[in-house]
Design a protein around this ligand. Structure first.
Ligand code: ATP
Ligand code: MG
Length: 573
């Protein structure tokens, strides 16, 4: 293509609404435009890149034996009722009614639809295992759509589902998908890690997420550099510190319970000052609203509760801090004075608190705390279970070395669903003896928009995007320094057509613009190879430059063509 004819509306200014590199660059490079919060349209260059990413995904899915199909996005409520997700999705689901007042939604996920289709069509063990996938638009009314393609309300997902006879079959399908995912992300040029993930709300026996390490990622990853352990923070199993750090004596003997007036101290900082001790000698009691129950949860004073862990344990959909009136009703005290002693509601305690001795808690009376509290003697827990966040420096659950915590962008998720959906939908098969069994399922997702954004996050500099050749919108840009000089245009045209016949995707910047403007645009949109045709064209010499390096080489025209071709072919194979 000739750039003069192309629709690439680049922007010089950084759009005010964009905070992160990928979002800014997608707007500036003329790849996308915003329609509404979390809703975007693709412009030609952006769509070309997007289709290349889709194609890599498609090739690797096909290679792993999965079959592509396409489900509708507009779905009746009945599809989501057997699994309970018509309710579970809550306000995240875009809901609408047809002219007959029947409930519909725009599908946020398709487990139900695939299970239903397979249930209706597949009966025999002979058809299994089976792996189906689609690359299709999902709708989620996210609370906080943000960062452009990172969290949108309309986005494309590759979702695949495996159907097997048994757990062993599922394990095989799962590992095939794992390998396909690695190939996909490798081909996209990403540096990623695979982490153990929480499979709580969806049920199921195992799940892993593919994470691209990045400051702006919303997911938190715990990893151990000594043994390679890596887990989502919601999944990472904490190892409790087993003893309070006071002197030996206080550690071992239970001292008499004391009520202390603490009129002006309710935060941990204020209490530390008041009692003149470390936060490790306090236990926080937090009151939560879990669906329609009110529950209390305790962690050590310096720890944070991990709400996903707590939610999974409670098996609830909604979990929020209780409002001050509720806190007052259950603790008979203002916020800041809750404690476990005499508290008449369900209490979940972190193992670290269970191991503490003679610690401080709220007294359930405004202005008072209790000192020398001990679990067992002074209060009992409904459950002692890991509900805290793992922190940087905590012991690795596998090898004990201190772990690191980093932010990551979740680009893909693979999941052993088991029989949760097949049982709900009665999706069964008959074995050799004619006996009926539920199919054992897996589900596997990649967010294509988010993947595109993650690739940009990892591949950019102050001048723009640096596309890996595999997904660059075009491989080569040819820039005649002065498009009005015939010799330069002639040489540029010649390189253009020779590269095109060699199967290289090439664009020619034939605009009557200053060279500087053309270089800026080429850098911004991130074309991997640039060939500049200037004054030396008369002598058969052009400039050759890779977007990812600052080196400019002068090459004979033939050599520049050969190198570009070589560079592209080796990157694509
Ligand atoms: P998150 O925790 O980020 O909300 P999720 O657990 O809801 O993700 P899944 O339901 O597992 O995500 O969806 C599969 C993939 O779809 C995710 O790994 C992610 O890459 C992508 N994805 C999910 N939600 C969005 C979104 N709002 N915008 C863009 N991509 C998304
Ligand atoms: Mg989500």
């Amino acid at each position: 293509m000739r750039i003069s004819k192309m629709f690439i509306p680049t922007l010089r200014e950084v759009p005010a609404e964009a905070e992160i590199a990928s979002h800014k660059l997608m707007l500036r490079a003329g790849l996308i435009r915003k329609q509404a919060s979390g809703i975007y349209s693709f412009l030609p260059l952006g769509y070309r890149i997007f289709r290349k990413i889709e194609q890599i995904i498609r090739e690797e899915m096909d290679r792993s034996g999965a079959q592509e199909l396409m489900m509708s996005a507009l779905l009746p409520a009945e599809v989501y009722q057997p699994s309970g997700r018509w309710e579970v999705f809550g306000p995240e689901m875009f809901r609408l009614k047809d002219r007959n007042e029947r409930d519909f939604c725009l599908g946020p996920a398709h487990e139900e639809v695939f299970t239903e289709i397979v249930r209706n069509e597949i009966r025999s063990y002979k058809s299994l295992p089976m792996m189906l996938y689609q690359i299709q638009t999902k709708y989620r009314d996210e609370i906080r759509p943000r960062f452009g393609f990172m969290r949108c309300r309309e986005f494309v997902m590759k979702d695949a589902y495996s159907f097997d006879r048994d757990e062993a079959g599922l394990d095989m399908s799962y590992s095939k998908m794992y390998e396909a995912y690695c190939r996909i992300f490798d081909r996209c040029g990403l540096d990623y890690i695979v982490v153990d993930a929480d499979s709580g709300a969806m049920g199921g026996s195992g799940s892993q997420e593919f994470m691209v390490k990045s400051e702006i990622g919303e997911a938190e990853v715990v990893f151990c550099e000594s043994c390679g352990y890596a887990a989502n923070r919601e999944k990472a199993q904490c190892v409790p510190e087993m003893c309070c750090p006071g002197e030996e004596q206080r550690c071992c003997d239970e001292l008499p319970l004391e009520k202390v007036a603490t009129p002006d101290a309710r935060t941990i900082e204020e209490l530390m000052k008041f009692f003149n001790c470390s936060p490790k000698e306090f236990a926080k009691t937090l009151i939560f609203q879990a669906d329609d129950r009110v529950v209390a949860a305790m962690v050590r004073g310096d720890r944070e509760i991990n709400e996903t862990k707590l939610r999974n344990h409670l098996g609830c959909n909604e979990l929020n801090m209780a409002d001050p009136e509720t806190v007052k009703r259950v603790t008979h005290a203002d916020v800041g004075f809750a404690g476990p002693v005499g508290l008449g509601i369900e209490l979940i305690v972190d193992p670290e608190v269970a191991a503490m001795k003679n610690f401080v808690v709220g007294a359930n009376e405004t202005g008072y705390h209790l000192k020398n509290v001990n679990m067992g003697r002074d209060f009992k827990a409904m459950a002692v279970i890991d509900i805290r966040n793992m922190e940087e420096g905590d012991g690795c659950p596998k090898c004990g070395s201190p772990v690191k915590v980093a932010h990551g962008i979740e680009v893909g998720h693979i999941f052993k669903l088991g029989t949760k959906y097949s049982k709900a939908f009665n999706c069964t098969y008959l074995d050799e003896a004619g006996k009926e069994h539920p199919m054992v399922m897996g589900s596997y997702g990649i967010g294509v928009n988010r993947l595109m954004a993650a690739i940009i996050e990892q591949n950019n500099d102050e001048n723009g995007i640096i596309w890996p050749v595999s997904i660059a919108p075009y491989h080569v840009v040819i820039i005649p320094v002065n498009a009005t000089i015939e010799e330069q245009m002639k040489t540029a045209e010649r390189i253009y057509s020779e590269l095109q016949s060699a199967g290289v995707e090439v664009i020619l910047d034939d605009r009557n613009e200053r060279a500087g403007v053309k270089f800026k645009d080429a850098d911004l949109i991130g074309i991997p190879i640039r060939i500049t045709v200037g004054k030396k064209a008369e002598k058969g010499i052009v400039e050759y430059k890779l977007r990812k390096s600052s080196e400019v080489k002068e090459l004979k025209i033939e050599d520049a063509i050969a190198q570009a071709r070589q560079e592209v072919m080796s990157a694509l194979n």
